[in-house]
Design a protein around this ligand. Structure first.
Ligand code: PMP
Length: 427
């Protein structure tokens, strides 16, 4: 039962915010404070945040808070005046990326970054077709929402949009074989666009396929699809809004695990640790046509405060070696989750890279039958037991575990023991 004050908040939300907003959990959660990997309710009770990839360096991280406050109390303008902040950050950001990606453009949201990437792709290729995965999510602008099938069965995809099955490797399948199946889907989508008089402009994928169900292994399976879109005259856009900024452990960016160099990379969520800053990196030759045809100005994108926040995030990720932490703690956490399979028949595959982990729940391990209802029960059971996470995939049967990068082995032990407890007590 919700406390009466939260019941009142629910009613206010419905009245003020209208019907399109959704809350997590059967019993909505009302945090009032965050610190590190913890969220606290009004009574001071802690919840382990195993879900929020935005606060990559931890809730209320002092270095980021101070950087924002310092810059906000000095100057905040926009990118139509000269300022070192945007250049210093662009330099540091581009240094984390392959040298082919030579320009950076800043936005406030991942949606805007993807929307801009599409405009750039169209200007460069002369095409309009966009290929995405079957249950992708890329954002909220009208062009990008029309390429985000996971928004639900009522979403009408754009006439220029085609979907392909995400690479979901069979057990033991090689990167080449899995990649070939994915690339064949891309080639079929290109052909279908062509049959409708549409030239392919881009293949856009989230490089951990977060909405499709989290597919990260075997690394390398993206290679052939990149070749396929290039053969069709289109570009490859790596949507790094979820996997970017050291989360996958082995590399700073999700696409790097696959040994490819995208034409554009979009990013957001963790970039400002909660401050709304996002952006796009692009090959100069791909950006050139858009630059000739159009000017780009985003009132808030790349402003000095946003750049200060983003720079402070990079300082912490790099200074505290959070990429290495993601690799080590992620491997430790996955091993802990795998060990639960001995005790709980529902536990299927454990997937992921670094601290981006999917725990598949199945009612039949051989047939891999999605345990959709059970996954919802586990997510809500964990919420009642002090742990926050969610479920993903078209059938929402994959627990999505994506904690702040400051997660430790002790936090991983706690998470595994609570999952163990909830699975044991519910089933
Ligand atoms: N791409 C991906 C893969 C995302 O997960 C999201 C956000 N969930 C977006 C783009 C859109 O980002 P934003 O909400 O900042 O517009």
């Amino acid at each position: 039962m919700l406390p009466p004050e939260d019941q009142a908040l629910l009613e206010r939300r419905a009245r003020l915010l209208g019907p399109a907003y959704r809350l997590f959990y059967e019993e909505p959660f009302h945090p009032v404070r965050g610190e590190g990997v913890w969220l606290y309710d009004a009574a001071g009770k802690p919840w382990l945040d195993a879900y929020n990839n935005v606060v990559c360096v931890g809730h209320a991280r002092p270095e980021v808070v101070e950087a924002i406050a310092r810059q906000a109390s000095t100057l905040n303008t926009h990118t139509r005046y000269l300022h070192e902040g945007v250049l210093d950050y662009a330099e540091r950001l581009l240094a984390t990326l392959p040298p082919e990606l030579g320009h950076a453009t800043f936005t406030c949201t991942g949606s805007e970054a993807n929307d801009l990437a599409m405009r750039v792709a169209r200007a460069h290729t002369g095409g309009t077709g966009l290929i995405v995965t079957h249950w992708a999510y890329h954002g909220v602008t009208s062009a990008i929402a029309e390429a985000s099938p996971s928004l639900g069965q009522h979403i009408v995809l754009g006439a220029n949009v085609r979907t392909v099955p995400a690479p979901a490797p069979l057990p033991g399948q090689s990167a080449e074989d899995c990649g070939r199946v994915f690339a064949e889907g891309v080639r079929a989508a290109v052909a279908d666009l062509k049959a409708h008089g549409i030239k392919a402009a881009a293949l856009m994928v989230d490089t951990v396929f977060s909405s499709d169900g989290i597919f990260t292994e075997p690394a390398g399976f993206l290679r052939e699809a990149v070749e396929a879109i290039h053969e069709a005259g289109g570009v490859f856009i790596a949507d790094e809004v979820q996997p970017g900024f050291a989360r996958t452990g082995e590399c700073f960016w999700g696409f790097q695990r696959h040994g490819i160099v995208p034409d554009m990379v979009t990013m957001g969520k963790p970039m400002g640790n909660g401050h709304p800053v996002a952006g796009m990196a692009v090959r100069p030759e791909v950006m050139a046509a858009f630059g000739r045809q159009s000017r780009y100005f985003n009132t808030f994108g790349g402003n000095p405060v946003s750049m200060a926040a983003a720079a402070a995030v990079l300082d912490v990720i790099q200074g505290q070696e959070l990429q290495r932490n993601a690799l080590e703690v992620g491997a430790y956490l996955r091993a802990g989750l795998v060990s639960l399979a001995d005790k709980h028949a529902l536990v299927g595959e454990v997937r992921g890279a670094g601290l981006f982990i999917g725990l598949e729940l199945v009612t039949d391990r051989v047939l891999r039958t999605p345990a959709t209802a059970e996954a919802a029960q586990v997510v809500n059971g964990l919420r009642r037991n002090g742990v926050l996470l969610s479920a993903t995939g078209e059938t929402a049967h994959v627990l999505k575990i994506r904690p702040p990068l400051v997660f430790t082995r002790e936090h991983a032990d706690l998470l595994v023991s609570r999952v163990d407890f909830v699975l044991g007590s519910l089933f």
